[in-house]
Ligand binder design. Structure first.
Ligand SMILES: [Zn+2]
Length: 201
């Protein structure tokens, strides 16, 4: 797989900045001179392994885009259409994915620590071994998702739906699952110290 090594990050050219330049640019998102032009020039066929930390892509059409191993920490992808996208191994920690559509997305081994997943659609998504520690997933929809060996510990999944999801070996330790729906969820998960008040199983 060349995705992870295709782009070697370089330092942002702004004096004193410790950030990395975005792929195809000389500066980080904060110091870009023409952010709108940068976003316009992004080709969804060239995003695998790209360094896109902190970018603003709300509502962007990224259907079936290959974002495997992309660095999207802190990015704003709220309401983005990521149905069928490949985000395997992608860094999405602290990213805003609220109300985004990730139905059928491949997010195996993705890092979603502290990401915002409020009202996010993850129906049928592959989240095997994904890191969801501390994610904020109020009313997120994980219907039919594969959460095998994922780590949603300390996450907030109040009123979220895990209907018919595969939760074998998922670690929900200290997660908030108040009012969550787990009907039809299969496999033995770890719910140690999780809040399951009002959850439907
Ligand atoms: Zn910078």
């Amino acid at each position: 797989m060349i995705g992870s090594t295709r782009y070697a990050p370089i330092s942002c050219s702004e004096a004193g900045c410790t950030g990395m330049a975005l792929t195809g640019a000389a500066r980080c998102w904060r110091h870009l001179e023409d952010p709108a032009g940068f976003l316009k020039g992004l080709r969804s066929s060239e995003l695998a392994g790209a360094w896109l930390v902190g970018v603003d892509l709300p509502g962007r059409d990224l259907r079936k885009a290959d974002l495997s191993h992309a660095r999207l920490s802190g990015a704003n992808l709220s309401r983005a259409n990521l149905t069928g996208a490949v985000l395997a191994g992608a860094m999405l920690d602290g990213a805003d994915l609220s109300r985004a559509d990730l139905s059928g997305a491949n997010m195996e081994l993705a890092v979603l620590g502290c990401a915002n997943l409020e009202y996010t659609k993850l129906n049928g998504a592959n989240l095997q071994r994904a890191n969801l520690v501390g994610a904020k997933g109020h009313a997120a929809d994980f219907t039919g998702a594969n959460l095998y060996y994922s780590r949603p510990g300390n996450g907030d999944f109040q009123n979220a739906t895990f209907r018919n999801a595969r939760i074998e070996r998922a670690i929900f330790r200290r997660a908030n699952l108040m009012g969550a729906t787990l009907t039809g969820a299969s496999g033995n998960a770890n719910f140690e110290s999780a809040n399951l008040q009002g959850a439907v199983r």
